[in-house]
Design a protein around this ligand. Structure first.
Ligand SMILES: [Ca+2]
Ligand SMILES: [Ca+2]
Ligand SMILES: [Ca+2]
Ligand SMILES: [Ca+2]
Length: 417
């Protein structure tokens, strides 16, 4: 299938077609929703290759309560190293995962798990997880009913203690009535889990501020990482057009903002840090707007922005109406971008598609899911090769994949480049 984009495509090379057949990881039981979150979390067992963490927020415990899990897989051979269970039922533990770098001071990266249905975030010790016995470092319960933990990212050391700190989105937080707020982003000390600041929604409406987050590195030159925050229902320039705000956590002040173009665009649903294309040390940013109609009848787009000056570098879109192109984004950090379109084609059996773009060669390719309504491409993670002997790995989640008919165990496909 030829992808139509506004991006100048000098050549369309089937990059993924040259890749090996995917390695598949699957959920075990009905309604696990294995793959609803996926993240490469760094090398936890010391072999030089990053491990993969996969969330299954619908996983039941042996007493049939839905507690949710996060499973850790070896980056070297895909072997399951350990499983972390949510402590309580009905929390959505594992709905989000983020790498956090080392929080405990042992030199081994740790990881962050969101349980947004209980407004809880848990930091898990990476070394103990790799050894098969995951131990929590701390947990933080935000304010109730704000979906605290729906988005997570590491923001570098903001507090000056040498330990990386964390941002946690609560997209329905901050209101007078619980669960109807404009959204908030909490800043947590990586060392203790305690909050040291809150970013408030610049718009007063229910804009879902904090639905998505991306550490974009230091944009304003003060030596600290800055943070892009998505508010996909923000009413900034039209009803629910969506917005993305660039914050300096050091000053709590938005540095700048961008908005969707038409009502209902869902602009800012997904964010991903892009490469430094201008060579000045400042990153670029990809912004997903999965309901945008920038060039009807297409639906869904991704905007690529240069952060040093806010200039638009490119816009990507797909020909499928209603496929939700831009629902999920992943970058290898070096100039490749993956865009999930989990409902494509939306007409009959939506198998889901993932489009990849090599921004350096202006080539692109597409892979499709294998099963209707599995939402292949709803989640993505891309791990660059650690050295010349290893492969870079694109992980694609299909959280509603049926191993048995109609049972939503979930699946993750790993494509090795
Ligand atoms: Ca490893
Ligand atoms: Ca650690
Ligand atoms: Ca710190
Ligand atoms: Ca900064």
């Amino acid at each position: 299938m030829l992808l139509r984009t506004l991006f100048t495509c000098a050549a369309l090379a089937p990059a993924l077609a040259a890749q090996s057949a995917p390695i598949q990881l699957q959920g075990q039981d009905a309604d696990d929703r294995f793959g609803e979150s996926i993240a490469f979390v760094g090398d936890l067992d010391g072999d030089g290759l990053s491990e993969l963490a996969v969330g299954a927020p619908g996983k039941q415990s042996s007493s049939t309560q839905t507690v949710g899990t996060v499973s850790l897989f070896s980056g070297a051979n895909g072997r399951e190293l350990g499983v972390a269970f949510g402590a309580l039922a009905g929390t959505g533990f594992g709905a989000r995962i983020a790498p956090s770098r080392d929080l405990s001071g042992d030199g081994v990266p740790d990881l962050l798990v969101g349980a947004p249905d209980a407004d809880r975030v848990v930091a898990i010790d990476g070394a103990s997880f790799a050894a098969g016995n995951p131990a929590p470092l701390w947990s933080n319960d935000g304010e109730p009913n704000g979906q605290f933990g729906r988005a997570l990212d590491s923001i570098g050391d903001q507090t000056g203690d040498g330990v990386p700190d964390l941002a946690v989105g609560a997209p329905f937080g901050g209101g007078d009535i619980a669960g109807f707020g404009p959204g908030q982003v909490w800043l947590l000390s990586g060392a203790t889990g305690r909050s040291f600041g809150v970013l408030s929604a610049p718009g007063a409406d229910n804009g879902s501020f904090g639905w998505s987050l991306a550490n974009v590195g230091d944009v304003n030159g003060d030596g600290r990482d800055d943070l892009a925050v998505g508010a996909p229902l923000d009413d900034g320039v039209a009803t629910a057009v969506g917005a993305v705000y660039l914050f300096s956590p050091a000053t709590d002040a938005p540095l700048t903002s961008w908005f969707g173009r038409r009502a209902g665009d869902d602009f800012g649903h997904a964010l991903e840090r892009g490469p430094d294309v201008s060579g000045d040390g400042v990153a670029s940013l990809f912004i997903g707007a999965p309901a945008s109609t920038i060039a009807p009848p297409t639906a869904g787009s991704v905007l690529w922005l240069e952060l040093s000056n806010g200039q638009r570098l490119a816009q990507f879109s797909a020909p499928t109406v209603g496929g939700r192109f831009g629902w999920a984004l992943a970058s290898d950090g070096a100039g490749q971008l993956a865009v999930g379109e989990p409902l494509a084609p939306a007409s009959i059996e939506s198998i889901g598609m993932v489009h990849t773009f090599d921004l350096r060669t202006a080539s692109s390719s597409v892979v499709a899911g294998s099963q209707g309504e599995a939402e292949f491409g709803a989640t993505l993670a891309w791990n660059p090769a650690a050295d010349v002997s290893s492969s870079d790995v694109l992980a694609i989640g299909a959280p509603f994949f049926d191993v048995e008919f109609g049972s939503d165990e979930g699946q993750v496909d790993l494509y090795l480049n």
